[in-house]
Design a protein around this ligand. Structure first.
Ligand code: AMP
Length: 143
């Protein structure tokens, strides 16, 4: 998927939004859904996706929806930071496969970082769902 292709409504995140696939949810409002990344690059790796849009990436996002969505990204980043007290936090986003994107519905990654702990591989091993539920509960408690 390059920047020149079209939105595919069968992508995994669209299925999660429609309730056709499970997710370990952290937060949901009219604008955004946040859930745990099942192939986390660090403990607490959380994704935030916009609702009611067919935006593959940041460039596609309707400008009037971008502000409220970014407020949700900040809100979840603050909750992850409060819940897990990491030394740092990566907030990142990829546009198109050549840039590293693998799921083509806009999403921001929120990845806790700690001194001396290397970042896990992008698309590495699958997490234990019970552990993700516990982490999601800790993050939810800060919202
Ligand atoms: P990107 O490579 O930036 O498109 O990020 C996609 C992210 O989605 C990766 O970090 C994957 O680990 C994650 N991911 C893929 N499938 C799922 C899923 N079913 N539930 C939660 N996260 C997923």
């Amino acid at each position: 998927m390059t920047l020149h292709d079209t939105y595919d409504p069968t992508n995994i995140f669209a299925k999660i939004l429609r309730g056709e696939m499970p997710a370990v949810k952290v937060y949901e409002d009219d604008t955004a859904l946040a859930f745990m990344d099942v192939f986390p690059q660090a403990e607490g790796h959380t994704l935030v996706i916009p609702k009611d849009v067919t935006a593959r990436n940041l460039l596609d996002m309707p400008p009037e929806k971008l502000g409220p969505y970014m407020l949700a990204v900040q809100k979840i980043a603050q909750a992850v930071a409060a819940a897990l007290t990491p030394d740092g936090l990566v907030v990142t986003q990829f546009n198109g496969a050549p840039a590293g994107q693998t799921v083509y519905h806009l999403h921001f990654h929120i990845i806790p970082r700690n001194e001396g702990v290397p970042l896990g591989r992008h698309g590495g091993g699958m997490a234990d769902i019970g552990e993700l539920e516990k982490l999601a509960g800790r993050i939810r408690a800060e919202l």
